[in-house]
Design a protein around this ligand. Structure first.
Ligand code: ATP
Length: 306
């Protein structure tokens, strides 16, 4: 799978850099956002959340199962109405967009998407172009180019005519990713985009995602928010991590600021060591169970003589 743009090593890009001037306006600005299911008098699932998502960067949402990551994405895609607070997307209130404008602005890769029966990979990816076409509009050259590019970047050209239902879990996940890439929106929300992928494909997909924020030429960098469970990979790909606990932001900042033993204990109830990746420098999480604490690392000599 080839990233659309060469993936640079993850640079730490703080909000205000004296060398580059003030930080650009955030792509997403949430203030006091509250979300929940069912009647409004039931407890909120998420919030209140204040959050600035920097434009043209990868932000990874992390947190334990059930802490509200998908719910927050549902709020950002307007599948779930805000119970309170406000959310701006590219400087405009979330509610001010028409449905069509919004589909051209924000794309979501949901956690468990289901393709209609009999649909091929190419047909699925073409669906990403719907927001760009009229009601009965035929696909134009731009649409064909966007679909071909998305298939190429997700390494799916050879599977384009296969039915989605016949694919492996990982291939299917790449097909859905191709759909949102074909949508060519400035904001991309990805809910666990790597959950079915083997490690090599996880790295490739995440490098591809990171490449979207560092485009060549005159393309605008894409703003990405991705829910990721694999913390060391999240630290590898993301410029910024946001850790949720019980529907609220427990920590936000660079991977090094967020992936600390103290935050991991608070957010995941996880005992862990954190070490820098020897080559790239991002934090790597080393989980420790109670039984591991007394362990000492066997020396090579010990291993050889066993
Ligand atoms: N459609 C729904 N109706 C009612 N409650 C829901 C619904 N979807 C999610 N919830 C509840 O909202 C809470 C947050 O769920 P959510 O899916 O946002 O968590 P998550 O952080 O994405 O979890 P995971 O890591 O397991 O995917 C959970 O308690 C869940 O049971």
């Amino acid at each position: 799978m080839t990233p659309p743009h060469p993936a640079a090593a993850p640079a730490e890009r703080p909000g205000a850099d004296p060398a580059t001037g003030p930080a650009p306006d955030p792509a997403l600005r949430l203030r006091g956002v509250r979300l929940g299911y069912g009647r409004p008098d039931t407890p909120d699932t998420v919030g209140p959340v204040d959050l600035d998502v920097p434009a043209g960067r990868v932000t990874a949402l992390i947190g334990a199962n059930g802490c509200g990551k998908s719910t927050l994405l549902r709020g950002l895609t307007r599948q779930l109405p805000l119970r309170g607070g406000s959310a701006e997307v590219l400087g405009r209130d979330l509610g001010a967009y028409s449905a069509r404008e919004y589909a051209r602005t924000v794309a979501l890769l949901p956690q468990h998407p289901v393709a209609p029966e009999g649909m091929t990979v190419a047909q699925l990816v073409q669906r990403g172009r719907h927001p760009h076409r009229g009601l009965f509009g035929a696909a134009g050259a731009d649409d064909d180019a966007a679909v071909a590019r998305a298939l190429r970047h997700t390494d799916l050209e050879e599977l384009a005519d296969r039915e989605v239902a016949e694919l492996s879990g990982g291939q299917r996940q790449r097909a859905w990713l191709a759909l949102v890439l074909a949508q060519r929106t400035p904001v991309l929300l990805l809910d666990e985009p790597t959950s079915y992928l083997d490690l090599a494909h996880q790295v490739e997909v995440l490098d591809l995602v990171r490449g979207l924020t560092r485009p060549d030429g005159d393309e605008e960098p894409v703003t990405v928010v991705a829910v990721l469970h694999e913390l060391s990979l999240a630290a590898r790909v993301a410029d910024r991590l946001v850790a949720l606990r019980d529907g609220r932001v427990a920590a936000a900042g660079t991977p090094a600021e967020v992936l600390t033993p103290a935050v991991l204990a608070e957010v995941f109830d996880l005992d862990a060591d954190v070490r820098p990746d020897p080559l790239l420098g991002h934090p790597v999480v080393l989980p420790r169970g109670a039984a591991d604490r007394g362990a000492s690392h066997p020396s090579p000599t010990t291993q050889e003589t066993r």
